[in-house]
Design a binder for this molecule. Structure first.
Ligand code: ZN
Length: 497
């Protein structure tokens, strides 16, 4: 709970939980609100999650600065994301319709895995990039690899029809259990899956199928989840750019496996899993038990869908489905798991069934210590890994510009064009100490400069819970004192800060 919740607001300004009811918005709100706006209750939750993620990953390491002094630095950038200052002062801009506001000059972590504020920004922009790729793929009339470049004789039994361009959505997964992928095995299981997939995609069978299908490459996405029963479950989705005919569907749109060339990968992948001991088989399995396990493996380890599903799925990546616990939109699958009963709804933690990393973070913030430990384990394992991986040369082929995640996260929101205020380092420290970043944004968007200053004056009367740390070297800050500000009509107010 933030400081603003449950307390009277200064000057009658809308603050806290009392003011976020969409059913009864105060008249001074202006604007229509909407997802991601300051009127969205999910945004408060997101900022709280952001602070909590920073607390779970607040490891520090000693480094020597230019002056030769040893200072402590955060190991993981998320701890200082939207917290550490990148210069003097923190600028706040808002949108002309007073629905949105954002901080200007602040450190940004750019982590798609750890950061509840950078993650959705990165995902939304990645979706745009992928859609750009889709458009380029279907816009080109000439095939990238024409049939004349393929060995037609050998292709004939393999790819039945060479029609046009298509997209396929492939899923590679493995069997996992608590012994092999339980708590403490997240990183090891991830490395195993990555190594196996890499060797599988470089084998002759896979490369030949891609060549015959005229496939210039794919976009791979990595996902993970945790369940107490079976431990960590990593799987990858691939969007494959290739010619049509690799998947034959019936009238209901379901793939006919025995007719589809892509489904030849299924058996090969299952073999690779068995060889790598990732098929869930035990040495003692014989007879019917082994047969059942193998059949189960074959049914689950690989899936291929047509491109329309892939496009729809990826478009969904940028959306933010609603749940009782706020909105969260890094991916639709992740958001779906929020819809299941979590602790916030009075149920068991989601890890008991099937928890996405965001569900773990949510449960951890709601007080489940084990979820916090698991989220930290996930965060350390995925640190530095890309969320989406484009095949080498695919972006160039489709004319999609290469942009780093951090640049996506840093890109300012074009809607927030109106400067509101610039907070001094002391004022910023006060905001952090009270964990009131969302309240400040909300005041900036709705009531502008006046609202922010009123909020700061009001925060001054409440004891802070945190240190408000935003830099490793704060010695250059002026000593605290009374700060005066104008409230209109020539009146002045002041607060200690
Ligand atoms: Zn971040």
């Amino acid at each position: 709970m933030t400081v603003a919740a449950g307390l009277p607001a200064p000057n009658g300004a809308p603050l806290g939980r009392h003011a976020v009811s969409a059913a009864n918005p105060p008249p001074q709100w202006g604007g229509k609100g909407g997802r991601g706006s300051v009127h969205d209750p999910g945004m408060r939750r997101r900022w709280q999650l952001h602070g909590h993620a920073g607390q779970l990953l607040n490891d520090k390491v000693g480094r020597v600065n230019r002056a030769g002094e040893e200072v402590a630095h955060y190991v993981y950038r998320v701890a200082m994301c939207q917290r550490g200052m990148d210069g003097w002062g923190v600028k706040i801009n808002r949108s002309p319709d007073h629905d949105r506001a954002e901080f200007g000059v602040l450190q940004t972590c750019g982590s798609p895995w750890h950061c509840p504020t950078c993650g959705p920004r990165i995902a939304a922009r990645q979706v745009k990039q992928i859609n750009l790729g889709f458009k380029a793929w279907f816009d080109r009339s000439a095939p990238l690899i024409g049939p004349e470049e393929l060995d037609l004789e050998s292709r004939a039994p393999f790819v039945p029809v060479y029609l046009s361009r298509a997209l396929y959505f492939l899923t590679f997964t493995n069997q996992h259990d608590r012994e092999r992928a339980g708590q403490g095995r997240c990183k090891a299981a991830l490395g195993q899956q990555a190594a196996l997939l890499s060797s599988f995609k470089s084998n002759r069978f896979f490369r030949r199928l891609m060549q015959l299908g005229g496939a210039p490459g794919s976009i791979r996405g990595l996902e993970t989840s945790y369940g107490e029963l079976n431990g960590w479950h990593h799987h990858t989705h691939d969007i494959l750019f290739a010619c049509s005919g690799l998947l034959v569907c019936d009238r209901g749109g379901q793939p006919v496996r025995w007719l589809s060339p892509l489904f030849r990968l299924r058996r090969e992948w299952a073999r690779a899993l068995i060889r790598a001991d990732m098929a869930g088989l035990n040495p003692g399995d014989i007879g019917v038990a082994k047969f059942r396990k193998l059949r189960h493996l074959l049914q689950r380890c690989f899936d291929a869908r047509d491109g329309s599903f892939a496009a729809e799925y990826l478009v969904k990546l940028g959306k933010e489905p609603e749940s009782a616990r706020g909105r969260w939109g890094a991916a639709s699958e992740l958001a779906k798991s929020h819809l299941k009963g979590g602790r916030g709804d009075g149920g068991a933690p989601q890890r008991c069934e099937h928890a996405s990393p965001w569900a773990l973070l949510n449960d951890s913030m709601d007080g489940d210590t084990r979820s916090g430990e698991l989220w930290r384990e996930f965060a350390l394992a995925f640190h530095g890994r890309a969320k989406l991986y484009w095949s080498p040369g695919l972006k160039g082929l489709l004319g999609v510009p290469h942009v780093d995640d951090i640049e996506f996260a840093r890109a300012p929101d074009a809607r927030c064009s109106e400067p509101v205020i610039e907070l001094s380092p002391i004022q910023w420290r006060k905001v952090l100490a009270h964990n009131a970043r969302f309240d400040v944004l909300r005041q900036a968007a709705i009531n502008g400069r006046e609202g922010v200053l009123s909020l700061l004056a009001w925060l001054d009367r409440i004891p802070a819970k945190e240190s408000g740390e935003f830099s490793d070297t704060e010695r250059w800050l002026p000593p605290p004192g009374f700060v005066e500000y104008h409230v209109g009509d020539g009146r002045k107010r002041k607060y200690w800060g």
